[in-house]
Design a protein around this ligand. Sequence first.
Ligand code: AMP
Length: 390
Amino acid sequence: MDLKTLKNIPDLSGKKVFVRVDFNVPIDDEGGVRDAKRIRHAIPTIKYLLEKGVSQIILASHLGRPKNNEPHLMTNKVADKLSDLLGQEVVKVDDWGEGGIPEAKIVMLENIRFHPAEKSKNEAERDEFGKHLASLADLYVNEAFSNSHREHASMTSIPKYIPGFVGLGVEDEVEKISKAIESPEHPLVAVVGGLKADKLNAVHNLMNIADKILIAGAISYNLRKLEGYNIGDSKADDEGMSEMADLAQGIINSDKVELPIDAVVADAFSEDANTKVVNIDGIEDGWMALDIGPQTREKYADILSEAKTILWFGPVGVFEMEAFSEGTKAIGKVIAEADAVSIIGGGDSAGAVKKLGLSDKMTLVSTGGGASLTMIEGKELPALAILKKH
Ligand code: AMP
């Protein structure tokens, strides 16, 4: 994807730069930051801008899912955390610059989703807010890959009014994902797990580009059901599947696709349920498949160990419970050890890799589940499309 990047800007000195970041960090009831990873992620871009002599950096982020401008979702503590990490003052602005912006070098606006126009379905409303935000600065930078599949005012409207660029983190992430899907080293092997049937859209596109697609998680039992197997009480996204019936049929017919051959089944969705390992044709009523079994682990591991490019989207079992985490642990370990480019989708897969302590062994752990999955589906991200070179 040919994007306009920060390095394309010939002269930043004296410029006011609006940077849309993703500081949607986990917070406690008082608004305290529990994990600053997302804030740290934006620091190289902030430092780059400071080194190039910009006159002001105006930061904006969403935080949580505000309904009623809840005080603990205000960005004050996030601004304080950034200030600690940078060792430099970050001034919190209590609105979105309607009352003017203080002279400080770095300012942080209020939670952008407190403003009703940010997520408005009405483009004109979003653009009106975006135009106001654009009036605060000379240039716009998107350093929020994770929100780039969304048409929100701070993502897609501001760059209609001032020149827009991607930040260093977005540039790196998009480059790595694009390379893995557009010009991968083969064999390209994808592991697709998780619960929601909408991942089948990604599988559908992967059938064009991957050499093997290893399906696991709840969606794999949905597909086994379609083949006629009894899946007992396994969690099945029947509604999601019914919307994708044709697509699902194409997937089970593809010789690129592998489905689990055995499973760890449980008699309840609980850590202390009774469990046993059964072949895929041995799932009885009253039992649910909550992890891949040892034969599937071995088969998938063999295929992955030969791969040169690996994409992993979604845990292969209910990894949050120890009893059903063996599959996800095994797959994570093989991917980390493989001599391959490894791209881990955001969300639960990123969480699993982090829990396993394997993040540093991967080529990229995506900052955005929905955004990276959209790229794997072969679709354009609207907030990046608007920042393309023309
Ligand atoms: P998704 O948001 O679609 O990536 O789904 C992630 C969730 O899928 C995680 O919370 C896992 O616990 C869950 N999951 C993975 N495998 C299974 C399974 N066999 N049955 C039920 N849930 C699963």
